[in-house]
Design a protein around this ligand. Structure first.
Ligand code: WTA
Length: 638
């Protein structure tokens, strides 16, 4: 294994060292020493963090129970509720009067909530859900646009001890239906519509379509928050306006006392089969992990305005918009709209107007805005920014440098955070005191023993590509796949079963300084604009079109979006491909999965390369698409 170094004189390549001022200001100036301490005794380390950052309704007896690995348990015996730490406890301190959320709508609407007000809104929402019969252990599916009521609905669900499953508002009715069915949610919370680039996305219509399938037999009540005020269809008895249900409802509501290991939320993510995979996070460890990572990495100060520009519907939004900032008592900024509407200067104007100190976004957004030139950011005063962040895919050094120089004014360190839905929070990331290399997530976080290994488990040499693994458990880790523990073991723990390591699905390398460089997914997951999609989901959508006999989907590198989707389709006997059919198929995928899944190219073929056991060799399609050598084709059947 390569021993990490951050010694100025010994480091290789292009390195950006933190300024003396940055180090002096950092929440955790001794971070590198703390990493050593945490690696030596992770249990003692997490015990400290759990006590320092959170209030436990009843203390835990054991920090880590590893008796049934890989089904690890953390903080067992502890009684808690995330909402107790995120909202309730702040009511007894000065944080009560502080801004919890500043929300700006695409049309310029502004809504702000102090910790007191947010607590009241969440209580009211929880009482509404209670009125519909929601109780501890039930699942609630949430399918909304980026409005304050989305985090409120999430928090309200947790307050009652129920489990939420948020489905990103860009997903289609089919995707929504399968997730509702898998989670068996009796309640669906949605909006009439969402604003996107001046147009209305008709979420209620999409939800209605989802509920016209088997999912409709599961859902008994639909709560609709009114945002766009267009006409919607209505089923009396099933559909309820939130403003009607909440009218006059109490703003006080008890918080359900949960065990540390009770389910907290499910988040569906893409895997190697088309069936949705509900990643489960539980109540105790998730709080400890997200609060620690946000505090150390984004160095949030009490007076900061922090903006994570993701959508609450993805894990980044769950952990670092909705939950960790509230656990730390921070001020969260949320913007409803897209980065380039009405023009590509909107983000920079918002930063100036609201004095944003921390901006956390994805490489695809940075590249998208970089395209429009420096005049947009230069037209705004960005001097309030102190820290920047990146997530979702590798950031190319060119975009990193633009972000650093033009947006950060050469003064703001960039936190390139590598993590996953399954990890709950940041895993490989710098903090402000760690020397940076553009394109590298630098080092594993405190208490995380990540490594890059060969198939036999031996550590790779410096700069040798290998499997990215995590060798010991951490509090934020996923606990299982909802309703399918075998799949949990199979997907994450079977590749290095002998060693008992978590396999991330990513390939990576470490350089001579021990810095990690993520290469990309090794499985059938494609990252498009930082969004995670499975080849199987897109192939299932193509296969559901009557003319398509079989298809294979690959991700092809793209300058702007990281990857784009190319699809290869075999049509039914006697049919011929055409540009018209390609356009129809693209639209079909868009409708079945969502806009992000739409293939950018469709090629009609007579056969697909397969192994003798019938597995499609996507690797060969990819090599061909990229004009690269095909490599080993000895297992090819045709
Ligand atoms: C990729 C998103 C390089 C990676 C939080 C991982 C990254 C997958 C980075 C998880 C990064 C995420 N650098 N690659 N900073 N962050 N990835 O579950 O391939 O949507 O396995 O979680 O995104 O995607 P997910």
């Amino acid at each position: 294994m390569v021993a990490p170094t951050t010694n100025q004189d010994d480091m290789h390549g292009e390195v950006y060292f933190p300024s003396a001022e940055t180090i002096a200001q950092a929440n955790v100036p001794n971070y590198l020493a703390l990493r050593e301490e945490a690696l030596a005794d992770p249990v003692a380390y997490w015990d400290k963090r759990a006590k320092e950052l959170l209030d436990w309704i009843e203390p835990y007896d054991q920090v880590l129970d590893d008796s049934n690995a890989p089904f690890y348990k953390w903080f067992t015996g502890g009684k808690t509720n995330l909402v107790h730490n995120a909202l309730d406890r702040h009511q007894n301190t000065a944080v009560r009067n502080k801004q919890a959320m500043i929300w700006v709508g695409e049309n310029g609407d502004v809504r702000t909530f102090s910790y007191r007000q947010l607590w009241q809104e969440v209580n009211r929402f929880a009482n509404v859900l209670k009125g519909l019969g929601v109780k501890k252990g039930d699942t609630v599916t949430i399918y909304m646009g980026r409005v304050p009521e989305l985090p409120m609905a999430m928090l309200a669900t947790l307050k009652l001890g129920a489990v939420h499953s948020v489905v990103y508002g860009g997903f289609s009715s089919t995707a929504l239906a399968s997730r509702i069915e898998d989670a068996q949610s009796k309640v669906l919370i949605t909006c009439d519509g969402a604003w996107l680039r001046g147009k209305v996305i008709k979420l209620k219509d999409i939800a209605d379509e989802a509920l016209s399938s088997e999912a409709g037999k599961v859902v008994e009540n639909v709560v609709v928050y009114q945002r766009t005020q267009h006409e919607v269809n209505w089923i009396e008895g099933r559909d309820h306006w939130y403003h009607d249900l909440s009218d006059g409802v109490s703003k006080v509501c008890d918080t359900e006392v949960m065990d540390s290991e009770d389910p907290q939320f499910i988040l569906y993510t893409s895997g190697t089969t088309g069936r949705p995979k509900g990643v489960l996070h539980t109540c105790g460890g998730y709080q400890v992990y997200t609060a620690t990572t946000l505090k150390y990495v984004f160095d949030v100060k009490p007076e900061d305005v922090y903006w994570c520009a993701a959508d609450p519907g993805w894990i980044t939004g769950h952990s670092y918009i909705v939950y960790a900032p509230l656990l730390l008592g921070a001020t969260n900024f949320i913007y409803e709209g897209a980065p380039n509407f009405p023009d590509p200067g909107i983000w920079w104007r918002l930063i100036e107007e609201w004095g944003i100190n921390i901006l956390y976004t994805a490489p695809t957004a940075i590249r998208g805005l970089m395209r429009f030139g420096d005049e947009h950011p230069n037209a705004s005063d960005l001097s309030s920014l102190r820290l920047l962040g990146s997530v979702g895919e590798p950031i190319n050094p060119e975009a990193w440098k633009w972000y650093y120089n033009v947006i950060g004014g050469e003064r703001c360190p960039i936190m390139d955070t590598w993590w996953q839905t399954e990890t709950g929070g940041f895993m490989i990331t710098p903090t402000p005191v760690v020397p940076l290399k553009p394109g590298s997530g630098t080092l594993p976080f405190t208490g995380i023993s990540a490594d890059v290994v060969r198939p036999d488990g031996t550590s790779c040499d410096a700069n040798e590509d290998g499997y990215l693994v995590v060798k010991t458990p951490w509090p934020g880790m996923a606990r299982t796949v909802w309703g399918d523990p075998d799949r949990f073991v199979d997907v994450y723990w079977s590749t290095f079963a002998d060693q008992g390591w978590y396999f991330t699905g990513d390939s990576a390398k470490r350089d001579e300084d021990g810095y990690f460089w993520i290469i990309g997914r090794m499985d059938d997951v494609i990252k498009v604009s930082g969004y995670r999609l499975g080849t199987a989901e897109v192939e299932a959508a193509l296969g559901s079109y009557p003319d398509v006999a079989e298809s294979a989907v690959i991700g092809v590198p793209d300058e702007l979006r990281g990857n784009v989707i190319h699809a290869y389709c075999i049509l039914n006997q006697g049919l011929e491909g055409s540009d018209e059919l390609a356009a129809i198929l693209k639209k079909h995928v868009r409708h079945e999965v969502g806009p992000i899944a739409m293939p950018s190219k469709i090629t009609f073929v007579d056969s697909l390369p397969k192994t003798r056991s019938g597995k499609i060799m996507r690797r060969l399609l990819k090599a061909e698409a990229m004009g690269k050598p095909l490599g080993d084709t000895s297992t090819l059947a045709n």
